[in-house]
Design a protein. Structure first.
Ligand code: UDX
Length: 460
């Protein structure tokens, strides 16, 4: 089967490469000539575990190719996936212009039997509208359109494709559903459920699924706030809650608020869809606000322990919106850094993978370091924002010795509070009460720090 993937970004490249590994002949097409040139030389534009190796294997096997020539690529295609960006508009809705432009460009060239599959995340009704665009570009001849949302998480995208919980395919005529079932047959035979729906239902499934997952995170973050004040431990509470199979353990990990290219954008688009159809998604509207407030609140917590802000230095460990990615889009770290620098605090930064992308957003707001200890050197506060394994394994004695102050904010609950306080540091986790170091250790480690008086009067 010949598959064309329009858009060689994170979704298109991963999906195309995975289809090649299932035996399809795949051509990934992108307007970005440099990207295509690099891909032809095996250079992957994103950090995604295992993807580089799979791209190399599939290219060597002759089943994966890259091109900028859209018209030539689609001429012999059986399936044409549209996997281009759907950026957010100022009103929260999404901009469909790239999807529409792709449809207009391919309309004249696609074979009569080819199926155009919308992979991009799009609002309800888009597949049908794209069908109309294609039909008029084809001079009124029939076209086949399917909606096939992706559920790929950055960092585990290949597994999420190959071992998906389900494959959702929306189509408005049985022949298209049957052809899509055939395309996915290798995965269906491995036991992955194939859910066949209308195009509108498939579009809604994608948004409703992401909105629900984001709600779970928002919910546990609010439970974490209660735990902090009531003396509870959110990890234990989440375990007990998630043990109910109706709820489940996944996506109950509290943190600094969700980020990334999907949840923030998709929840806003879902809320905008609700408003458009006169069905306000009030839970989601509140979730979106609460998530942004949380990021700002966690920055305020750090600022609250710094009495002389303009003389203070904070080391931020982790800029990516989560581990195993170099993506910083809507990362809580960006909000925290901006709030700190706005208050006059000097920010030092480290991230094992996302330094480049973070640097291009934050510019000179942050002084960057190659390792977390160099970043922590002389810092009054160290704050962990991303759950990289490098930070789980920190040498806490070394860290405490290098620091000027005594506050460690663990916004991913990576560390054991007692092993932090043992080295004279105050431990500020999420959903756990503040843990202070034993008094002797506090005195011992206070040294000549100008913050000792502040620590004693710490408002947290
Ligand atoms: C998400 C969806 O999971 C995926 O199905 C969809 O296709 C794209 O969007 P992704 O953005 O890669 O994937 O990341 P995900 O692992 O879902 O995490 C999103 C955000 O939520 C991150 O900031 C993460 O740190 C946060 N999160 C996730 C939590 O705070 N707690 C959790 O329990 C899970």
């Amino acid at each position: 089967m010949n598959v064309v993937m329009i858009g060689a970004g994170y979704v298109g490249l991963t999906t195309g490469t995975c289809f090649a590994s299932l035996g399809c002949n795949v051509c990934c097409v992108d307007l970005n000539e440099e990207r295509i040139r690099n891909l032809k030389h095996g250079q992957i534009p994103i950090f995604e575990p295992g993807l580089g190796e799979l791209v190399a294997q599939m290219t060597a096997a002759g089943r994966l190719d890259f091109s900028t020539d859209l018209a030539a690529a689609v001429k012999s295609a059986d399936f044409i996936f549209i996997a281009v960006g759907t950026p957010a508009r100022a009103d929260g809705d999404i901009d469909l212009s790239y999807v529409e432009a792709a449809a207009r460009q391919i309309g004249r060239f696609i074979p009569d039997e080819a199926i155009v599959v919308i992979k991009s995340t799009v609002v309800a009704g888009t597949a049908r509208a794209i069908g109309q665009i294609l039909k008029s570009a084809k001079g009124g001849r029939n076209v086949y359109v399917a909606s096939n949302p992706e559920f790929l998480r950055e960092g585990s995208a290949i597994d999420d494709f190959m071992k998906a919980d389900r494959i959702v395919v929306g189509s408005d005529e049985p022949a298209t559903a049957a052809a899509m079932r055939e395309l996915y047959r290798p995965l269906i035979e491995m036991g992955i459920p194939f859910i066949s729906t209308t195009t509108t239902d498939a579009e809604l499934i994608k948004y409703a699924a992401n909105a629900f997952l984001a709600l779970k995170i928002g919910f546990i973050n609010e439970v974490a706030n209660i735990c902090e004040n009531a003396g509870g431990n959110v990890t234990t509470v989440a375990q007990g809650v998630g043990a109910d199979r109706r709820i489940g353990q996944n996506f109950l990990q509290p943190g600094p608020g969700f980020g990334g290219s999907c949840f923030p954008k998709d929840t806003r688009a879902f809320a905008a869809t609700g408003r458009r159809y006169g069905a306000p998604q009030t839970l989601i509207e509140r979730l979106i606000e609460g998530n942004e407030e949380r990021k700002a609140m966690l920055a305020d917590r750090i600022l609250a322990v710094l009495t002389e802000k303009r003389r203070s230095r904070v080391a931020i460990l982790g800029m990516a919106f989560k581990a195993q990615t170099d993506d910083v889009r809507e990362s809580a770290a960006l909000t925290v850094v901006s709030a700190l620098t706005k208050a006059g605090v000097e920010v030092r930064g480290h991230d094992p993978k996302a330094r480049g992308p973070a640097q291009s957003v934050l510019g000179t707001e942050v002084i960057w370091h190659e390792d977390p200890y160099a970043a922590a050197h002389g810092a009054d506060v160290v704050a962990i924002l991303t759950e990289w394994d490098d930070y789980r394994a920190l040498d806490l004695k070394r860290l405490a010795d290098l620091m000027n102050g005594k506050h460690l904010f663990d916004y991913r609950n990576l560390l054991c509070p007692e092993s932090v306080t043992r080295h004279g540091l105050f431990y500020h986790g999420i959903g756990r009460p503040l843990v202070k170091p034993p008094l002797d250790d506090r005195r011992k480690s206070a040294g000549g720090s100008h913050l000792w008086a502040d620590v004693a009067a710490s408002p947290i």
